[in-house]
Design a binder for this molecule. Structure first.
Ligand SMILES: [Zn+2]
Length: 116
């Protein structure tokens, strides 16, 4: 999961396709160049034999501001590798207050960081 997040950060589409299950992998994996990933938090994970689930929250910034991608992702273990099968993503826009921690991950207050 963390490797796939890193691949999104670095626009490594070859790795994204290679770690995607053949049954669900789209023909084209196109990275969104206007989007900047800010952080990943794994909130829960479990696996039993060849099935795994990872619940994660990834923050990103785009032209519309900051957003949170919350996804419950399913993985399968095949031929020695965990492969992304599918997930149920939901995206919500973040509206940080001036004194909140900046969603960009700087650990500074929003008003002293990206709000300026
Ligand atoms: Zn910031």
């Amino acid at each position: 999961m963390r490797a796939r997040y890193s691949a999104y950060v670095l626009n490594e589409t070859a790795f994204l396709k290679a770690s995607w299950h053949a049954d669900t992998c789209p023909t084209e994996v196109t990275p969104n160049g206007d989007l900047r990933w800010c952080g990943l938090i794994i909130t829960a994970h479990e696996h039993a034999s060849e099935r795994g689930r990872v619940h994660f929250q990834a923050t990103y910034q785009d032209a519309g501001g900051f957003a949170l991608l919350d996804e419950d992702a399913r993985f399968v273990f095949e031929a020695g590798h965990w492969l992304y099968l599918d997930g149920t993503p939901s995206v919500s826009r973040l509206r940080p207050g001036r004194n909140d921690a900046c969603p960009c991950g700087s650990k500074r207050k929003f008003k002293k960081c990206c709000a300026r």
